[in-house]
Design a protein around this ligand. Structure first.
Ligand SMILES: Cc1ncc(COP(=O)(O)O)c(C=O)c1O
Length: 400
């Protein structure tokens, strides 16, 4: 196909790429800090952050430096040899969590595939091959590959794709009674997002935390926390399971882990690693050295004293401002979320609000059917939060 480069990227995208995304008609050419800049030089305040990926904003100097330095050594090594960049990042992750071993991959869905396989293999090698059933939740989102899609609590996403891997049991979010009914001595694992993100920004009730911890003890099943969106400081703590007191055996992460480069990981307790052998699982690109070097540079920033306190402060500032907007616009319902994963429910079509915000040069996104989601970079400034609130005010005023 001949491409006319006089057209916008948006138009060329329609011509060349599979129609899998409802893309916005805007051509970004670069980013700096909390802003993206389009082909006309217009600056947009980026409260999408590449869907919780660019957690330190764009072109952040320590990340640029780490990428450059690693790329001068090598871009890729393969998992045939130990990689210093992987080891440094594994050390930093394991030092800051109660886990003992790390597995690196490239994305969120792969991290969940790995966790599901490791959980089942753990019981299989432990002489309990029948323990394969995994409890997951409606409204959850765990990824697009078959295992993670089967775990995902949104049946419509599975439509038309034929048979799915079995032994996933879905229960309603925060339904303690259903959990108690469904977990038994043959349950392999409970898989959950400590805050449902894509599915509408739904908090985990403290009684559910208690019920999951009790089920884990009583039935000796594993708990897998999917922190692909909530991890790496997004909720104001390095990981959300710690903040909410959830006891976890396998932790999956991706998105912000590689600071903009594709990287996922599954951390595990020693007893699970003890049941894994070479050849059980693997990946060509997983744990790419440049992605790991970028990830380590990001983690060092997030671990700096007061960084996460500042995330919490920005969260409070944003929530206070949103509260005022809620009083002003009666089509807004409630504020959801924690840290810098925040949402506002709305009676107005979310897609229209997102488009209006874009006209105001503010980028925001959706969660579930009726929630506007805000995912600013974690190092967003006080002034930028104020600017976003003013832009939201102007956006909502257009929909009264
Ligand atoms: C909680 C959660 N799990 C898994 C995924 C899938 O991650 P990826 O798109 O990197 O495969 C996502 C992506 O939005 C997510 O939010």
């Amino acid at each position: 196909m001949e491409v006319s480069w006089n057209k916008s990227f948006f138009e060329i995208d329609q011509d060349l790429l599979a129609p899998l995304y409802a893309k916005a008609p805007v051509d970004f050419v670069k980013g700096k800090g909390s802003y993206l800049i389009d082909a006309e030089g217009e600056k947009y305040l980026d409260f999408v952050s590449g869907i919780a990926v660019n957690s330190l904003g764009h072109a952040f100097e320590p990340i640029v430096k780490a990428i450059r330095e690693q790329s001068l050594k090598f871009n890729h090594l393969s998992n045939l040899y130990p990689s210093e960049a992987q080891l440094k990042l594994a050390e930093a992750l394991l030092e800051n969590t109660p886990f003992d071993k790390a597995f690196f991959c490239n994305s969120g869905t792969e991290a969940n595939e790995a966790a599901i396989k490791f959980a089942r293999k753990y019981f299989n090698r432990n002489g309990e091959a029948e323990r394969v059933e995994i409890i997951t939740f409606f409204n959850s989102f765990h990824g697009r590959t078959f295992g993670a899609l089967s775990a995902t609590g949104q049946p419509s996403l599975r439509e038309g794709f034929g048979s799915m891997p079995g032994d996933f049991v879905h229960i309603a979010w925060n339904d303690v009674e259903a959990l108690q009914k469904k977990v038994h001595s043959k349950t392999c694992a409970i898989l959950l997002e400590p805050m449902v993100a894509e599915g509408g920004i739904l908090s985990l009730a403290p009684e559910m935390v208690k019920a999951i911890n009790e089920a884990r003890e009583k039935h000796a099943c594993l708990v897998i926390a999917d922190e692909i969106q909530t991890g790496m400081g997004r909720l104001g703590s390095l990981f959300a399971f710690e903040k909410y007191g959830l006891n976890v055996d396998l932790l999956t992460m991706a998105k912000a882990l590689g600071a903009g480069l594709p990287l996922g990981a599954c951390l595990m307790r020693q007893k699970i690693a003890d049941q894994l052998k070479p050849g059980d699982h693997g990946t060509t690109f997983g744990g790419n050295p440049i992605a790991c070097a970028a990830g380590l540079a990001a983690l060092e920033v997030i671990r700096e004293k007061d960084f996460l306190n500042t995330v919490q402060e920005r969260s409070e500032q944003l929530q206070k401002g949103l509260q005022k907007l809620l009083q002003k616009y009666d089509f807004l319902g409630e504020i959801r979320g924690d840290g810098l994963l925040l949402g506002v429910t709305s009676d107005r079509a979310v897609a229209d609000l997102i488009a209006s915000a874009r006209e105001e040069k503010l980028l925001i996104l959706r969660a579930g059917a009726n929630v506007l989601r805000l995912l600013p970079p974690l190092n967003v400034s006080e002034q930028e939060v104020q600017e976003a609130l003013e832009k939201l005010d102007k956006t909502f005023a257009k929909h009264v």
